[in-house]
Structures are given as C-alpha cells and as structure tokens.
Design a protein around this ligand. Structure first.
Ligand code: ATP
Ligand code: MG
Length: 258
C-alpha cells in the first residue's frame, strides 16, 4: 500500500520544502519508490529536485483542473532518484478555478488513486497557507509532518494548523493524523533553541521525531545546484540528519499501518 504524507506548516520559510526534498531523497537512497508532489506554485520542490519548472509539458495544474492522468504529468528526477509531480506559477490559478469544480478538496486524492505506478511513499510539499491546495494535500494523506524551528513563537500558529487537521479528520479524511513535529534549522549553541526543543519533546512526546535537523549551510546551497542536500554533499551534517530521519520515518510508518 502506498503511504501518503504531507509536509505542512502555514508559516513561510520554516523548512517544508527542504524537508520534503531531502526526505524523498533519503527514502529513495533506502531503496524506496518515491513520488514527490509539489503542491506549491513557487515550484521550489520541483527546482530543488533538478526539474526545470518552466519546461514541464504538464504539471499538477492540469492534473487538478483538467483531470489529466497523474502518471502523464510525473517526471523522473534522475539524480535525486525519485519521481516528481511538478508545479509552477500556473498552479496559483488552480486555487481560484478549483472553487467551482466538483470534489474540489479531493482532486489530488482521486488523481493519486488512479495512478498505475507502485510507490512506497508519496510526499506532498504544501504551500505556506491553509488554502484549498493545502486542503487537497490533507485530504489525500494519511499523515502530516510539521517542520518547525525551535523559536519563541514556534507554537504560534500551530493551533490553526492543528484545528485544520482536526477539521479535515472529522469531515473529509478519517485516516489523517499528525505523524510528527520535526525540529529543523536547529542550533544547539543557542540556549533558547535547546529550551524550546526540550519543551516540545516534553509536551508532545512521541509526536516529535527524535531526529533533529541542524542548521547547515550545505542544505541551503543544494537547491541552487538542483540537487537534494543528501546528494549534493552526503557527508554534511544536514544530509546525515535527513538520512537518519529517513530510517526513523520508515520504522515509524511500519508500526502505523499494520
Ligand atoms: P515556503 O513557506 O516559502 O515554502 P519552506 O517552509 O518550504 O518555505 P524552505 O524553502 O525549505 O522553507 O527553507 C527556507 C530557507 O531556509 C531556504 O533558503 C532553505 O535553503 C533554508 N534552510 C532550510 N532548512 C535549512 C537548514 N536545516 N539549514 C540551513 N538552511 C536551511
Ligand atoms: Mg516551500
């Protein structure tokens, strides 16, 4: 069975795309068959996987709006080792067009269901908004990964996201659950970050991944080379952390679906 996860947080710039791209590459490096869905008109996950977003014949837009078969829009990110359902600016228009369409929250779910490809995992990189696009991601997924920085305002806004997830769980998708909070861009030298990190673990217990992603410049440099960090510089601390996250994630999901 394909396991489908969203990487979501309506805050901007918290490390969603970096997490989606590097977790996809990490799982692929562990011999998993992966599809990365770019649900963000910014197209960062597309470009960060080495796929030129302006050169794609089809993108997620046609899949959501015109009901193009998903397999026809997916492209192979050869070096990264996984498939990508790409996005570009066009997708911003879908937000408006979807409003008047049938099953507007379930269009991604239906498209994934019709795919003939056998993926082990589908990862969905959500935009920084609780929009209809994000709702399509949440309706399609069994779990949500929430990257967050260990800062004073980290929990601010988390309740809006959790409320949305609860609403989707109650009304649209009974399978949905929060898989885990992921501490990212972590700097252990900063006392406040250490304190917030400890508090998160105390408060949310096993809903927090044990793996912590450090702040690491190699992860930030990788997208400009069109590569996931773990391919760009596998020995870097950031890459090693995402490789460990892949292992933790696979173990965790095995216990979830038996
Ligand atoms: P948006 O909300 O705009 O989609 P996002 O949540 O997807 O943003 P990213 O694009 O992943 O966030 O990250 C924001 C910036 O931080 C990027 O420049 C990225 O390269 C950098 N970054 C992400 N994670 C790390 C890290 N662990 N160490 C250093 N830089 C990082
Ligand atoms: Mg992003």
């Amino acid at each position: 069975m394909t396991k489908i996860f969203c990487v979501a947080n309506q805050k901007g710039g918290v490390g969603k795309t970096t997490t989606a791209v590097n977790l996809a590459a990490s799982l692929a490096a562990h011999q998993q068959r992966i599809l990365l869905v770019d649900l963000d008109p910014q197209g960062n996950a597309t470009m960060g996987s080495g796929v030129e977003k302006t050169a794609c014949q089809y993108t997620l837009y046609e899949v959501l709006v015109d009901e193009l078969a998903l397999d026809n829009a997916c492209v192979r990110a050869e070096t990264a080792g996984y498939d990508v359902l790409p996005a570009n600016r066009e997708l911003a228009g879908a937000e408006v067009e979807l409003v008047n369409l049938d099953q507007r929250e379930r269009r991604l779910k239906n498209a994934l269901f019709s795919s003939k490809q056998r993926y082990d995992f589908v990862l969905i990189d959500c935009p920084p908004a609780l929009s209809l696009l994000t709702l399509n991601g949440l309706c399609a997924a069994q779990g949500v990964i929430i990257p967050m920085q260990c800062e004073y305002f980290a929990l601010e806004g988390l309740s809006d996201l959790v409320n949305t997830i609860q609403h989707v769980h109650a009304n649209l998708n009974r399978d949905l659950r929060v898989i885990g909070l992921l501490r990212v861009m972590f700097d252990s030298r900063i006392t406040l970050q250490q304190q917030v990190s400890d508090q998160l673990k105390q408060h949310f217990g096993n809903k927090v991944f044990n793996t912590i992603i450090p702040r690491n410049i190699r992860l930030a440099e990788a997208p400009s080379h069109g590569l996931p960090g773990i391919i760009f510089d596998r020995s870097s601390r950031g890459a090693q952390a995402y490789l460990r996250l892949g292992v933790e994630f696979m173990k965790y999901t095995q216990t979830l679906f038996i």
